[in-house]
Design a protein around this ligand. Structure first.
Ligand code: C5P
Length: 402
């Protein structure tokens, strides 16, 4: 089973066609592969299959109307457009494709397709005569030109009795094609090492100092790097996340162990990304026995931990080095200062004072800085953001080699 779909947010559009009965099965298959699915149906789709069925299978309310105040008060059309990592319209009717090709926004699904920055894929399903019609062919060409993916259609027996092209692909085929949407060759064969998660600094055999880092951003970056073809190593502090497919994982606890692992990887690393929230200090002494409650106050002396990313950037030869900066104020000033002070090639800055992004949340929004420029990436899932970040890092890495 491919894990390319794990935690991916798939917005499934269902339009009016008899193949809509297969959308129910498609939702199950997508969820079996770990995807989160939200469904948008056109009015015509509701004539073929009920929203209740798709709601039960997707585990989420089905979105039907553009101008429904109640729905807009929850997850509105722009939020849905931002939420999606990919929009898959299956079945995509001839009418829907015509409206999309025209850039119309006369219902929720076409509006979403216009608004979203996510990849869009269509699984056409229609009578073979409608598929063969020059109007449909012209629409298909326009949509392809705009970067919209087309899955199928297959040829064969049709519900109307005709035989020919126009059948929607089977759910399993659509799952395979959707997973492939997340594959790129941007980092083929490039060796990427990523640190992720918190570190634990032992005080005694049962206690430690740590922080709230979930490791989600670093793990998402590792998944995205592997998807881009990189030979990916993830140096992970203590987190409860599954190792992404095709990623080699080295588990560590303390900052010192993370530093040692990073140094060991150095000779076989082309790109180093430091996403870990490393403890800056550790207790000067680790008590051999559990520290007892004795006095009213307890003073613990802390000593500085090595700065892993700065040490990597100071090595010669050095990999292309990328750091993170979590700040609560004067984000860009502090970030640019960190970029220079640690001699990094790129720095990914996120404002952890904004609720819903950063530490422990599923979403993030960042600004990426490098010596000659910067780029703000809008709020989206960490998975989607990781894909964009990997693409950006890959571009700058290649520029540096050139
Ligand atoms: O200095 P500050 O902790 O804000 O810098 C954050 C960046 O430095 C992150 O990329 C983090 O992974 C890295 N870092 C590190 N080793 C440390 C402290 C931070 O690699 N000891």
């Amino acid at each position: 089973m491919s894990t390319r779909l794990a935690n991916r947010r798939i917005l499934l559009g269902v339009t009016g066609g008899i193949a809509a009965y297969k959308s129910a099965e498609l939702i199950r298959r997508l969820r079996d592969h770990g995807a989160e699915v939200r469904v948008v149906m056109t009015p015509a789709a509701c004539e073929f299959i009920t929203p209740l069925t798709l709601q039960a299978l997707s585990g989420n309310p089905v979105h039907l109307d553009l101008l429904d105040p109640a729905a807009e008060a929850g997850m509105g059309h722009i939020e849905l457009a931002r939420w999606a990592d990919a929009v898959l319209v299956a079945p995509a009717s001839a009418d829907f494709m015509a409206r999309l090709a025209q850039g119309m926004a006369d219902d929720l699904l076409t509006t979403l397709c216009l608004a979203t920055a996510a990849r869009i894929a269509l699984a056409p399903a229609m009578n073979q005569g409608m598929w063969a019609d020059p109007a449909t062919a012209a629409n298909v060409a326009t949509l392809r030109e705009r970067g919209i993916h087309l899955f199928g259609p297959a040829a064969g027996a049709q519900a109307c009795g005709d035989i020919g092209p126009g059948r929607m692909l089977e759910p399993d085929q659509l799952v395979t094609e959707t997973a492939a949407l997340f594959q790129s060759r941007l980092l083929d064969g490039v060796r990427v090492t990523i640190t992720a998660g918190p570190t634990r600094e032992a005080l005694d055999p049962v206690r430690y100092l740590s922080n709230h880092s979930s490791g989600k951003m670093g793990f998402a970056l590792a998944a995205a790097a592997a998807d881009a073809g990189a030979i990916t190593t993830l140096i992970a502090g203590p987190v409860t996340l599954c190792t992404p497919e095709r990623v080699q994982r080295i588990d560590v606890e303390s900052a010192q162990q993370m530093y040692d692992a990073a140094m060991q990887q150095l000779a076989s690393t082309d790109i180093f990304i430091a996403a870990a929230a490393v403890a800056d200090y550790r207790p000067a002494q680790v008590a051999g026995q559990k520290i007892k409650k004795q006095s009213e106050t307890l003073t613990i002396e802390l000593v500085r931990n090595p700065d892993i990313v700065a040490s990597v950037a100071a090595a010669r030869p050095r990999p292309f080095t990328v750091g993170f900066a979590a700040e609560t104020d004067a984000l860009l000033d502090h970030a640019r200062d960190k970029l220079e002070r640690k001699r990094l090639d790129m720095l990914i800055a996120n404002d952890v004072s904004v609720p819903g992004i950063g530490f422990n949340s599923d979403d993030n929004a960042v600004t990426v800085l490098w010596a000659q420029g910067e780029l703000a990436l809008a709020q989206c899932s960490k998975r989607q953001l990781a894909t964009e970040l990997v693409a950006l890092v890959a571009r700058h890495y290649r520029l540096q080699l050139a």
